[in-house]
Design a protein around this ligand. Structure first.
Ligand code: AMP
Length: 606
């Protein structure tokens, strides 16, 4: 409990004075930090770049560009190239193979973070250093002080968060490779976090740290049900994760009701530490079991979140970017609870936070914290700056110099040794908090389809279609045109591929079995993250919808009627616009689904 004497009005904080909230001393410090960082964006950025360059001056990578000890922005910008993951792959591979010399960073690379972005079908490996955990934790520590400004009383209950660790592997040189959140949840920063009444979770650490995701989900949901009246917020990192939990409840509620009625844990949960911690929480409670049975056995699951967790004030999930497709479904299950998108982060670097977390999803803007890394921006609409040739580095803009309304691609220089690295996110500046620009997440470059953590680009889709259409050859059939759609109306969502076929001999057309095999072949061809999501049941079987001949011509006519130029018209490789979907769906002649799970193991191919 915070004593009244420790409640202060942070008069000098524009954040708290804007909402007129009283804040605790601890929160006031965090808010003050945000104010300082956002007021002094440019000088903080200058200092951060200076620190990174001086500490990494003797790395093989930076020595290559002959900075000769310079740590200023002009020298850096004129000598160091803007790069992509592919440019750094040789260095990353050497580190992965065990080369411990200072290649990218003077501090030892402590592990690799596996990004959900892919390169040549495999996950990208992002080098990180131990102290980055402190930076990530610092950003996490700012989230609740901001939230407390808008939602009072969060210390009076708990958060039901579905948090998971994922498979980790070792590189040939023995470094761990795992997702950034797995690294964080397994760190002492998370495991031994000091008690904070504003950050109490229903899930005990043992359930989050259970490597079997089904047992983990089971135990976390069970805890959430048992503590239903204490739950004040419900969340997961991304919207897709929360919807997966709802589906899990839909499938397993009878077993949950049984466990709660009898006070015994489902024997399928075998992890000893989960069993042990659940034995302290699970007691027979027939009344609660009857309540769950009553609510979950109803056909209609509208508002299920607020029915089961009636004190929920908001959902804590990211619904920006690719996750926006889940907003209607979450609104349905939650009866329109606010959805808080609190932060913007990646495996390369944690970027920033949303200073108005209770705003509408369509209005979310993230403020990049200038202490996290050195940030530069490639104007996205400036075609002359698109090409990042090594000889003439493109004109990049600093964080403090961005213009409202313009779109930029984010480029980072991190303490772990990524220099002028293209993250691949396109952001639009919507305004400023003090001197710090605020960004709407627009999209990720080159991503066509995404359901969960998967990101499929145009060339991957094209390759998958080429591989699948090999099966059509013996039927004298070819794919004339195609487009795709991420169907998230059901949980889990799935990829839909529309095919227009040219069948030479109608009497010998490919059968349903062949077209189903084409679906499977496509899945086998998609990248490792897609296949992992399929195996984990967070993406459903890929579907091919064969459309009537002439459908894609109609699609072009439609686009031209809406002002597209005939000369420049290209078939959109991904569609979501309702009239186009309606046109396509009205021309479907047959539907086919992948009959099996694609191959996936945690090991890398190389
Ligand atoms: P990963 O490298 O797998 O951690 O994925 C990081 C990427 O996820 C970012 O570069 C963004 O494209 C996306 N992302 C992360 N946070 C958000 C957010 N708050 N809103 C939209 N997209 C996000």
């Amino acid at each position: 409990m915070i004593s009244p004497s420790s409640l202060i009005m942070a008069v000098d904080s524009t954040l708290s004075s804007a909402v007129g909230a009283s804040v605790s001393e601890k929160d006031a410090k965090a808010l003050q930090f945000i104010e300082e960082m956002t007021k002094n964006v440019d000088s903080v950025q200058e200092r951060i770049l200076g620190e990174i360059l001086s500490r990494n001056a003797d790395t093989e990578y930076l020595k290559r560009f002959q900075l000769n000890g310079a740590t200023d922005r002009d020298t850096f910008k004129s000598k160091v190239p803007v790069v992509t993951y592919e440019d750094l792959q040789p260095e990353i591979q050497r580190i992965a193979n065990g080369d411990k010399s200072p290649i990218l960073s003077s501090h030892p690379i402590s592990e690799f973070l596996t990004s959900s972005g892919t390169s040549a079908g495999e996950r990208k490996l992002m080098p990180t250093i131990h102290e980055e955990l402190n930076r990530r934790q610092l950003l996490y520590s700012l989230l609740m002080p901001v939230m407390n400004l808008y939602v009072p009383g969060l210390d009076k209950g708990k958060g039901l968060y579905f948090l998971f660790i994922k498979a980790e592997t070792k590189t040939p040189g023995g470094l761990l490779a795992r997702p950034v959140l797995t690294s964080y949840y397994k760190s002492d920063h998370f495991k031994s976090r000091p008690y904070d009444p504003f950050n109490v979770y229903t899930s005990p650490n043992e359930t989050i740290l259970c490597p079997d995701s089904i047992q983990s989900m089971y135990a976390q949901m069970l805890c959430g049900l048992i503590m239903r009246e204490e739950v004040l917020r419900v969340g997961a990192v991304f919207a897709s994760g929360l919807l997966k939990a709802i589906r899990f409840l839909q499938v397993n509620w009878k077993q949950f009701a049984h466990d709660i009625e009898t006070g015994t844990l489902n024997p399928k949960v075998t992890d000893p530490s989960v069993r042990e911690c659940m034995s302290k929480i699970l007691k027979p409670n027939p009344e609660l079991a009857a309540f769950i049975t009553k609510e979950c056995s109803e056909e209609n699951w509208e508002c299920i979140i607020t029915r089961i967790w009636p004190n929920t004030k908001y959902l804590d999930v990211i619904v920006t970017g690719a996750m926006a497709q889940y907003i209607p479904t979450l609104e349905y299950y939650s009866g329109g609870l606010p959805m808080a998108c609190t932060m913007y982060a990646s495996s390369e670097c944690y970027f920033g936070l949303n200073l108005k977390p209770m705003c509408k999803p369509s209005e979310v803007s993230y403020t990049i914290m200038p202490n996290m890394a050195y940030f530069e921006f490639l104007p996205h609409d400036d075609s002359s700056a698109q090409d990042s040739s090594r000889d003439s580095p493109p004109r990049l803009v600093d964080l403090a110099d961005l213009e409202v309304g313009k779109e930029y691609e984010l480029i980072v220089t991190t303490y772990a040794g990524l220099c002028r690295y293209r993250v691949g996110d396109i952001l639009r500046v919507t305004g400023f908090h003090n001197a710090a620009p605020q960004f709407r997440f627009i999209r990720r470059k080159n991503v066509l389809l995404s359901i969960d953590f998967d990101k499929t680009d145009e060339s991957e889709l094209q390759q998958a279609i080429e591989n699948a259409s090999v099966l059509l050859k013996e039927f004298n059939t070819s794919v004339v045109e195609y487009t795709s759609y991420a169907d998230t109306k059901q949980i889990p969502g799935h990829y839909v591929i529309y095919w227009e076929l040219f069948v030479k001999d109608a009497a010998h057309a490919p059968t349903d079995e062949v077209l189903s095999q084409c679906c499977f072949q496509m899945e086998e061809s998609l990248n490792v993250v897609y296949r992992q999501c399929r195996v984990a049941d967070s993406i459903g079987p890929l579907e091919i919808r064969v459309v009537k001949n002439g459908t894609f011509e109609e699609l072009m006519d439609y686009a031209i009627s809406r002002g597209a130029s005939i000369n420049q018209y290209k078939v959109p490789r991904c569609v979501s616009f309702t009239p186009i979907m309606e046109l396509l769906d009205s021309r479907v002649v047959s539907k086919h689904f992948s009959p099996a799970l694609p191959h996936w193991t945690p090991e890398r191919r190389r």
